[in-house]
Design a protein around this ligand. Structure first.
Ligand SMILES: NC(=O)C1=CN([C@@H]2O[C@H](COP(=O)(O)OP(=O)(O)OC[C@H]3O[C@@H](n4cnc5c(N)ncnc54)[C@H](O)[C@@H]3O)[C@@H](O)[C@H]2O)[C@H](O)CC1
Ligand SMILES: [K+]
Length: 216
């Protein structure tokens, strides 16, 4: 098996790549979106009506960038925010500005049944406590109608290190992990929620003296 990481390790490597190496976070986000686009293009996914669910952190920024790339390929795609955009990270606000300039459609409330494919870009490695109640309800509703979901990096609601479900989790058919597989997707509940796990390079740089906690 390939090298796995905890969410703390991934955050350390992200920060090293951004602050020490000098690759900007926006470049990493674009690479994550391009890698995801490649997976969607190569797989057997129904792209007739894609719904991208977007959170307020960098996982959400990956999702907005992916929505823009799909839109520019004339693939029908809609963005739906989960949470108050005014409270989003600057990366999300920057991506949203670009998406708006490119005319990516946005909806306030979507019917999951109408979507041919849901992209889960709500929470990734940054999840640090149980999902809010409203989001738990939304996730359970989506699981109930068995929508096809592709999760970016980590299925929303799964702790990327332990695999524990934080209140509720959005069950994915495929999870696209950026840079390294997240350890929690290979154990316990996390394994069930992640579906097929694919790992894609996004240009993260690992310092020579970096010690991974798990060796595979
Ligand atoms: N870090 C990077 O340089 C890159 C990360 N990539 C992608 O981004 C996510 C991780 O992003 P991050 O902003 O750290 O966290 P999330 O988007 O997962 O979460 C957002 C934010 O939400 C807060 N939060 C956590 N738990 C809760 C909760 N239960 N309810 C409400 N709010 C919550 C917390 O403050 C989080 O920070 C990673 O998975 C990648 O997909 C890029 O790919 C490249 C660069
Ligand atoms: K996600």
């Amino acid at each position: 098996m390939k090298q796995l990481v905890t969410t703390d390790e991934m955050q350390t490597l992200d920060q090293h790549t951004i602050t020490e190496v000098g690759l900007s976070v926006d470049v990493l986000i674009e690479r994550a979106a391009l890698a995801s686009l490649e997976v969607l293009g190569a797989g057997n996914y129904d792209l007739s009506n894609v719904l991208v669910l977007v959170g307020l952190g960098n996982n959400g920024a990956d999702g907005i960038a992916l929505a823009r790339l799909l839109h520019q390929l004339n693939i029908p795609v809609t963005l739906q925010f989960v949470g108050n955009v005014n409270k989003a990270k600057d990366t999300v606000k920057r991506q949203l500005k670009i998406a708006q300039a490119c005319g990516v459609p946005r909806s306030e409330k979507s019917d999951f049944k109408q979507a041919s494919l849901i992209i889960d870009a709500i929470f990734g490695t940054g999840l640090n406590h149980d999902l809010p109640d409203g989001l738990q309800k939304m996730v359970k509703a989506a699981n109930h109608i068995e929508s096809t979901v592709v999760a970016l990096d980590v299925p929303t609601g799964v702790d990327g290190t332990s695999g524990q479900v934080m209140g509720a989790a959005l069950k994915a058919k495929t999870t696209i992990c950026f840079a390294f597989g997240k350890a929690g997707l290979f154990k316990g509940q996390g394994k069930k929620m992640a579906g097929q796990v694919l790992v894609k390079d996004i240009g993260i740089v690992v310092p020579n003296d970096f010690k991974f906690s798990t060796n595979n």
